[in-house]
Structures are given as C-alpha cells and as structure tokens.
Design a protein around this ligand. Sequence first.
Ligand code: GDP
Ligand code: MG
Length: 388
Amino acid sequence: PKTAYVRTKPHLNIGTMGHVDHGKTTLTAAITKVLSDRGTGTFVPFDRIDRAPEEAQRGITINIAHVEYETGTRHYAHIDMPGHADYIKNMVTGAAQLDGAILVVSAVEGIMPQTAEHVLLARQVGVDHIVVALNKADMGDPELTDLVELEVRELLSAHGYGGDTVPVVRVSGLRALEGDPRWTGAVEALLDAVDTYVPMPVRYTDAPFLLPVENVLTITGRGTVVTGAVERGTVRVGDRVAVLGPDIETVVTGLETFGKPMESAEAGDNVALLLRGVERDRVRRGHVVAAPGSVTPSRRFTARVYVLSGREGGRTTPVTTGYRPQFYIRTADVVGDVDLGEAAVARPGDTVTMTVELGRDIPLEPGLGFAIREGGRTVGAGTVTELL
Ligand code: GDP
Ligand code: MG
C-alpha cells in the first residue's frame, strides 16, 4: 500500500541543466548516492534516471526524470532530462516548474551552445536562482578550470544572474558516484550551496485564488457546479469569486473534493465549486474562476515558443507571420494570430520569440505555459513572456 507523503520540511523543485554529456545525469545519481549514504534519500542509479518513462503533457511526449531527496533542511524534487529538446519543451510549457537550477558545466569543455541556451531559457521562464556545478573537475586542469569558472560567471551576469555571487562548486559526479570521499564532499558542498542560495519560493497557496474551469455541471436543486484543479491560492465556502469569460461575480456556496465536502481548498486540489445563482450555460470549460480583481484578461502578448520538429510530431514546414493556429492555454482553446516580427519565419526545431493576438481575452500572465495545436496535433510549446 502507498504511504502518504508526510510534509516535515519545506519542498522545492530543482533540476539539472546544461550541455549534453557534461554530466547532468551522473551528478543527479551522485547526489542521490551521497544523500542515501547520509540516510535522507534513496540511491537512484544512472540507468534508472536516464531511462525515465515518457509522459504525455498537452499532447507532447516529454522525457523527464523525477528523483526525490532530502537535505538537512529541505525536501527536493529534482528533475533531469535526457535531451536538449526535452529541456525546451519542459521548460517552456511549464512542465518543469523549477524553483532553482543546477547548471552543470564540464570543467574540461567549458561553455557549449546548450549551456548558453539553457541559461537563456531559465531566465525566460523565471528561474531566478542558479547554482553552478563545474563537473568533471577530476579531469580538469585547475588553471583551465579557473578560466571556465570566469567564463560561466560572465555568461550568468550577461543574463542577469549576478555571476559574481552565484555559487560555483567544483565537483566530479563520476568520482562521487564511485564513493571517493574527496568528491562526495564536493557534492555535499554543492547541496549546501543549493540549500542556502536558492530561497524558498513564494508559496502559491498565498496567491489570489485561481481555478481554470475543466467542466460544468448542474446539481438539481442546488445550482451550477464548476470543476477543476486549483492553480493557486485558497478558496473557502462563502468567498466571493469572479467568473472570467462571462465576467460575473458570485459566491462559492459549496466545495467538494472527490465527493467529500470541504471547508477550504488550496492550490493543487481537485475540486467542485458550487456557484450561487449562476446559470449553467453562462460558464464553459476554458473560463477561469478567480479572486475578484486579481486578474485582468487580455489577448496580446509576446511569447517564447519552441516549434516542434517533424520527428517530434510537429510540422515539417516553417511557420510564418500570419499563421493562425489554436492556442491551448490552461483549459482554454483559443485561435490566435502569430507575428514573427523581423525573423518572419520559424523552422521546425527553432525556438523563437513571437507576438500573439488571441481571438478573445483570457487571463494571461508572464510565465504561463501553453501549447500550439493545428489539425489535432501539437506543433509548438510556449511560454508567455510579456503582456502587450
Ligand atoms: P548528461 O548528458 O549531461 O546527462 O551527461 P552524463 O551524465 O550522461 O555523462 C556523460 C559522460 O561523462 C559519461 O560518460 C559520464 O561517465 C561522464 N562523466 C560524467 N560526470 C563525470 C565526471 O565528473 N568526471 C568524469 N571523468 N566523467 C564524467
Ligand atoms: Mg543525461
């Protein structure tokens, strides 16, 4: 039988990023090894991380490995992804909601194209804290490693990460995995840096309530019920809420989860909300129930979008300005006009900035992930960067 997760320490989501073969997966395995030796985690071998089961999210198949461990002060869910395209898809769609990241850079090779691209991506999706693991330090010449460190600090500064103060720890995932005390100590130092440098994120249960409507039903004699997962905040019976779409205000008169009444629901809960005096046909899937005044729907925004390649089930031909696909944003499905600006063309496999004008106003905010679909298949994955 499954045992319930007992929350004894604050929880954070982190992940490894960096160029292919710089040692992300090896380091992830080494972290679990070091912590299992300390008694606060379970060792997850390299093979188990690298052969993570594929998951489907918004019709995109993504590869993402979750490992879980505790340090002295925190509980972490740590994600590691096998390929560069997986980073782009997971980060832009918000499948990887990282509170902080470990940037893995080979001390031997230094910054490579995907190193720079992941830093850029992290900045765009709102990962505010990066700790650097200069990996393969067992092979790196110390003076060359100094140069690599300088280079990495410069790269981070160029993207607004305050490269002078970012912790940079020299590690060897491989040697730590083998149990070499010098390098297990280095992994401990890396974890200490993560514990102290990555702050606790603002808990989204404290944010104004928001629930994207998945379904609408009528309970005879009681009224209209909307169901969905609470995206953020909390809601209680008796709270005033706004229904965005029909733009009405009402009161929550009942709250249930899996058939059981509850007094209050919070972020992550799957709930049914009974809404006072709302006619059933006024609310639809795609509408949003939120704390009154907390969100202003809009329709124009810029976004960072990864155009899926043919191999990934996406398009085989480029996207151009004037393209009008469907945008899947939360539970909404809205048509949108794409403007690619000066670039004008985005080829399959490209990550581009675009301006989008949706067919109707919906609640939008920077960092919100979405999928772009056309003829029933997903052709792009994006994140809102700015509202216009
Ligand atoms: P990823 O693509 O970033 O996940 O990289 P991997 O973890 O798969 O490692 C790529 C290769 O580098 C493998 O052959 C590892 O054994 C090797 N490697 C990883 N970390 C180290 C390290 O700290 N020292 C040395 N010498 N080799 C390493
Ligand atoms: Mg890997």
